[in-house]
Design a protein around this ligand. Structure first.
Ligand SMILES: [Zn+2]
Length: 506
C-alpha cells in the first residue's frame, strides 16, 4: 500500500512537469468521411497561446472501456502528417505503437491522418454508403498525459445525411451536413460513440430527462412496444438508485450484428436488424439486452471498481471486480424487468438457472475462481477453453445469492439494492472515485451487518457452492438433475415466504 502511494505520487509529479513544459493550447478536430473507401480523414488543429519548440507527443488508445481486450486501434492509422500551418512540415517519429512525437515550431500545430473504418463492432468504427458508426477511441489522439483537455470535434457528413446521434449535445446549428460537439475531456469524448447518417430517430422526455432512440434498421419498429417498456424499466432503475447522473440518454441501435457497449449517457448495440421478433422470448431477449446496457450507466460507469476510471488507455486495466460490474448487471437485467412488471419471477428463476447450468456443467469451474475470471479477462476474452469460466455466467448466480443473503441477514430490511445505492452514494457521488476490492467487501458487510465470508469463498475460490444453505431460507431449491431453480411448495414458513416474495415477487 505504501509502495503504491509512492508510485502514484511520483506519477503525479511527472505529469505536472510534462504539462508545465507545454504552453496552454486549444484542440479542434475536423473529420471527413469517405463512404466508398471506408476511411475517416482526420485533421487536428492545436493552437498554443505562445510559440513553442517543445516536443508534442500525441497518443491514441489501444483499448476501449467495457471491451476488455487490446484492440491496437493505431493499426488503422495511416498517412500521418504534421505541419505548422498546413504547408510547412514538422519532423515526427513514432515512440511506441500508439505514440507520435512531433517537434513543434511556433504557435500552430496541424496534424492529419486517416483511419480505416470498416469493422462491424461496437468498439470499432465503420463508414459505408448507408451510415457511419464512430467509436472515438480508435479515431482521436490526445496530448500525452493531458487527457483532461477540452476538445472540439466537427463532422462533415456526405450530402443527404442529416443526423448525428450521440450522448453529447451538438454545439450551434443542428442542421445541414455539419455537426460540432465539445467534450470537456477525452474520457467523455471516448465515452460518446456516434451514429451518423439519415437513420430513423425518435425523441421523448421521461421524468425530466431527454431520450433519443437512433435506429439504423427500424424494420417493424413500434414506439408503443419497446419505448413504453423502456420507460417502465428506466423508472424502476432510477427509483432503485435514487439519482439520475445524466441530462439526456441516447440509445444507438445498429443493424444486424452482435455485441453492445455501455456508456454513461448512451449505449450502442448491434441488433438482429429487425424489430419483427419471432417470439415474445426473442423480444424479451432484446429488451434484457437494452436493460443490461442501461443499468451499466450505474453499475460500471458510476458504481465502478477503482481501476475502471480515469482510464489508462495505453495498456491493460486489471480489476478483480468485473464479476460485480458484469455479473450483478446480468442479475439486474432480470430483476429490473420483473420489478417493472414486464416479466414475472419465473423469468428470473429461468435465467439464473441457465447460468447455474452453464457453470455447474463446465470443467472450468473446477479450475478458475470468479475473481480470477475478472482479472484474466485480458487473456480470455474469446477463450472458451475448459480451463476458464465467464463472470457473465457465475456473476449473476452470485447476484442472486447476495440478494438472498443480505435480505436474510437483515430480516428483509436491506438487500442488494441497498449495497448498490451505498456504493453509488459513497464512492461516485461523495468521493468521486471507484471502490477498491476491500472497500466493496466492507460495504457489503455494512449492509449485511456482518462479514460475508461464505459468499467471498464462492468468489475467491473454486469451492463448490452449497446452494441449499442459501436458497432454502428463501423458499427456493435447485433440481440437480436439470440445474433448475424451483419454488418449494410444502412446509414453507412465513419467513421463507416473505423472503421469497422479496426475491421473485411471489
Ligand atoms: Zn455488460
Amino acid at each position: 500500500m505504501i509502495r503504491q502511494r509512492f508510485i502514484l505520487l511520483m506519477a503525479t509529479i511527472c505529469v505536472a512537469i510534462n504539462l508545465c513544459a507545454l504552453p496552454r493550447y486549444t484542440m479542434a478536430y475536423d473529420i471527413h468521411l469517405d463512404t466508398q473507401s471506408h476511411y475517416l480523414y482526420v485533421n487536428l488543429n492545436i493552437m498554443f497561446d505562445q510559440p513553442t519548440t517543445d516536443t508534442v507527443t500525441l497518443e491514441m488508445p489501444v483499448w476501449a472501456p467495457g471491451y476488455y481486450m487490446i484492440m491496437d486501434f493505431p493499426k488503422n492509422v495511416s498517412d500521418f502528417k504534421a505541419t505548422t500551418d498546413g504547408t510547412t512540415p514538422l519532423t515526427w517519429t513514432k515512440t511506441s505503437k500508439n505514440q507520435w512525437a512531433i517537434t513543434q515550431q511556433g504557435r500552430q500545430l496541424q496534424v492529419s491522418y486517416r483511419v480505416y473504418a470498416h469493422e462491424h463492432s461496437v468498439a470499432e468504427s465503420r463508414v459505408d454508403n448507408r451510415s457511419a458508426f464512430i467509436a472515438p477511441n480508435g479515431v482521436f489522439m490526445y496530448v500525452k498525459d493531458d487527457k483532461e483537455h477540452r476538445v472540439t470535434t466537427t463532422y462533415h457528413m456526405p450530402s443527404g445525411w442529416n443526423k448525428a446521434s450521440t450522448g453529447l449535445k451538438p454545439v450551434g446549428a443542428n442542421e445541414g451536413t455539419e455537426r460540432t460537439f465539445v467534450a470537456p475531456d477525452f474520457d467523455t469524448l471516448f465515452d460518446s460513440p456516434l451514429l451518423l447518417g439519415n437513420h430513423f430517430t425518435t425523441y421523448f422526455s421521461h421524468e425530466g430527462h431527454d431520450y433519443e432512440f437512433a435506429i439504423e434498421t427500424p424494420d417493424g419498429f413500434s414506439e408503443s412496444g419497446i419505448i413504453d417498456d423502456f420507460k417502465r424499466m428506466v423508472s424502476t432503475t432510477t427509483r432503485l438508485i435514487g439519482h439520475v447522473p445524466y441530462d439526456n440518454y441516447c440509445v444507438i441501435h445498429l443493424g444486424a450484428g452482435g455485441g453492445g457497449l455501455e456508456h454513461l449517457n448512451s449505449q450502442a448495440c448491434y441488433t438482429s436488424g429487425s424489430y419483427r421478433f419471432a417470439s415474445h422470448d426473442d423480444y424479451l431477449r432484446h429488451l434484457a439486452f437494452v436493460t443490461h446496457e442501461y443499468f451499466h450507466l450505474y453499475n460500471v460507469k458510476s458504481i465502478r471498481p477503482f481501476e475502471l476510471g480515469p482510464f489508462d488507455y495505453s495498456r491493460e486495466c486489471y480489476t478483480p471486480l468485473l464479476w460485480v460490474s458484469e455479473g450483478f448487471t446480468c442479475y439486474y437485467e432480470c430483476r429490473l424487468l420483473m420489478q417493472a412488471g414486464i416479466v414475472d419471477g419465473d423469468y428470473l428463476l429461468r435465467e439464473i438457472s441457465s447460468s447455474i447450468r452453464t457453470i455447474e456443467e463446465s470443467e472450468g469451474h473446477h479450475h478458475m475462481s470468479l475473481r480470477q475470471s475478472s482479472y484474466d479477462i485480458w487473456l480470455n476474452f474469446f477463450n472458451h477453453s475448459e480451463n476458464v469460466i465467464s463472470y457473465y455466467d457465475k456473476g449473476p448466480i452470485l447476484g442472486l445469492l447476495f440478494d438472498i443473503e443480505l435480505r436474510r441477514l437483515t430480516n428483509c430490511q436491506r438487500g442488494l439494492d441497498d449495497l448498490m445505492r451505498l456504493l453509488y452514494n459513497r464512492y461516485y457521488l461523495d468521493l468521486h472515485r471507484g471502490f477498491t476490492e476491500a472497500e466493496f467487501w466492507q460495504a457489503a458487510a455494512e449492509v449485511a451487518g456482518e462479514e460475508l465470508t461464505t459468499l467471498r469463498q464462492y468468489v475467491d475460490t473454486t469451492d463448490d457452492i452449497d446452494y441449499d444453505s442459501i436458497l432454502t431460507p428463501a423458499g427456493l431449491a435447485l433440481d440437480r438433475n436439470t440445474w433448475s431453480l424451483y419454488i418449494i411448495n410444502n412446509k414453507v414458513s412465513k419467513e421463507q415466504q416473505k423472503l421469497r416474495k422479496e426475491i421473485i415477487g411471489k
